[in-house]
Design a protein around this ligand. Structure first.
Ligand code: ACO
Length: 429
């Protein structure tokens, strides 16, 4: 059936026509831009499950079919063939780079990997056990004070410079926040190392020993970052776009994305998965008992379910196999955790409660196992997610920045509070 060009909304005796917008993958949106003007009504959609906040050419997700594509490229292809930096360039600049472009960008990243020495004092202001996520968002926001020339981007060159600073420095800031939390000296970046190796070096080398990650560890980290690179209008991306819509600068906007990512239902879920698996390993509850509590809605099966994916999350498949590849040759207790994760997944996927609600493993179900096997502590998990998601946030901020139709985001509400009341002096209340 051909998609009609308009949708009709009838309110009482009146009918109104609204244009339909068809996306390049056939998604249809009703453009209700004139709804309030014509009818006096607004739409109400708490959680925005039915609301398109923008048009976007960055990432396509089909949750029913389990499809995720960045700029048209399937995530499976990118995971198999690309690097995190190349995927970041694809998302941010719109195309896969040719060799010279990739080299030029890598050079920029190398040049930007140090932090201003004065910025290092900020780390001293946090308590020894300060939350790395709080440190990350604060220090990323502080970058704006060190680069006032990039607050009001006027050219492609300025944008590329801001991108290089954020993508490169976020990894240094993240590693330094970890070093601060464990009371170890900051390890300065090594420009001879790749993006992922350099991060692991800053995390785990010491002044007297150089950390040598295995190729499997570098590959697993790269895959982790690639699969987190963007996921269209999720909570943190929408936050970045919301903040950016006020024409806030790129540093401030992505730092707000870090805060949005922090919550348990978003970037905090991978840590919650490990917590859950640890409890199961400790024998506090059997898998069956745990799932019973979940079904009684006393708790949630963390790492399961997704607002958009109602079939499977393609990122979970990629990370599941990466977790197995990384952990199978390691002599760690993570072996046991991955076995429990597999049993839990099998049990849930054979249970009508989960299948009838279309609850499947999401990206977080296996990502925590990878991070843990890499030696990354649980309070750093959302920080790792933030490093991975940075290219997506930047791509969306820039798409909005370049939109000549951009309006400040300002949703409305249906007010359900008290109607007018007269002020009562305190002695009479
Ligand atoms: N465990 C048990 N039941 C669940 C779960 C879960 N993980 N997720 C959803 N449900 C149930 C709900 O209780 C609800 O049941 P009902 O119809 O009987 O009331 C039904 O499934 C629909 O759930 P909603 O909460 O409406 O789904 P929503 O789309 O709002 O939530 C979310 C999506 C937040 C991801 C949810 O599935 C969840 O809390 N998952 C666990 C946390 C998690 O893994 N988050 C990471 C998401 S991926 C990411 O951010 C990168």
């Amino acid at each position: 059936m051909n998609t009609p060009e308009t949708a009709t909304i009838t309110i009482g005796d009146e009918s109104y026509e609204f244009p339909l917008l068809v996306g390049s993958e056939g998604e249809v949106g009703i453009d209700i831009g004139q709804l309030r003007k014509l009818t006096g009504c607004i739409t109400l959609d708490p959680g925005y499950g039915n609301t398109g906040s923008c048009t976007s050419a960055v990432t396509f997700v089909d949750g029913e079919k389990g499809i995720l594509r960045h700029r048209g490229y399937p995530i499976e292809d990118l995971a198999a063939n690309s690097s995190f930096i190349e995927t970041a360039m694809l998302l941010i600049f719109g195309e896969l780079p040719i060799s010279s472009e990739r080299e030029e960008f890598r050079t920029r990243l190398r040049e930007q990997e140090l932090l201003h020495e004065d910025l290092l004092h900020h780390f001293d202001g946090f308590p020894p056990n300060g939350q790395p996520m709080a440190i990350l968002s604060a220090v990323v926001n502080s970058l704006s004070s060190y680069h006032p020339d990039l607050l009001d981007i006027q050219s492609d060159e300025e944008f590329r410079m801001a991108v290089a600073k954020i993508i490169s420095k976020v990894r240094t800031i993240a590693a330094f926040s970890y070093r601060k939390s464990v009371g170890r000296p900051f390890m300065y970046p090594n420009p001879n190392l790749s993006y992922c190796s350099n991060f692991l070096h800053m995390m785990f080398s010491n002044p007297y020993t150089t950390y040598m990650p295995t190729p499997e560890a570098i590959r697993a980290l790269s895959l982790f970052l690639i699969v987190h690179a963007d996921h269209e209008q999720n909570c943190s991306c929408s936050t970045v776009r919301m903040v950016g819509s006020s024409q806030a600068n790129l540093f401030a906007s992505v730092s707000s994305g870090i805060c949005a990512l922090w919550g348990r239902l978003h970037g905090g879920a991978n840590a919650a998965v490990i917590d859950m698996l640890d409890h199961l390993q400790a024998g506090d509850l059997s898998i069956k008992q745990y799932l019973e509590l979940v079904k009684q809605k006393k708790m949630r099966l963390m790492g399961f379910g997704h607002r958009v994916y109602k079939n499977f999350d393609p990122r979970a498949r990629i990370l599941k196999s990466a977790a197995h590849n990384l952990i199978q040759n390691m002599d760690t207790q993570d072996d046991e955790l991955i076995r429990i994760a597999q049993e839990l997944e099998d049990a849930a996927l054979n249970d009508d409660y989960f299948t009838s609600r279309k609850l499947y493993p999401n990206v977080d179900f296996y990502s925590g196992l990878i991070l843990r096997a890499l030696g990354i502590p649980v309070n750093m998990f959302p920080v790792m997610f933030a490093i991975g998601r940075m290219p997506g946030w930047i791509a969306h901020w820039y798409e909005e920045f370049c939109d000549p139709q951009l309006k400040i985001h300002r949703p409305r509400q249906v007010y359900i509070g008290k109607t007018t009341r007269q002020y009562i002096p305190i002695e009479l209340r």
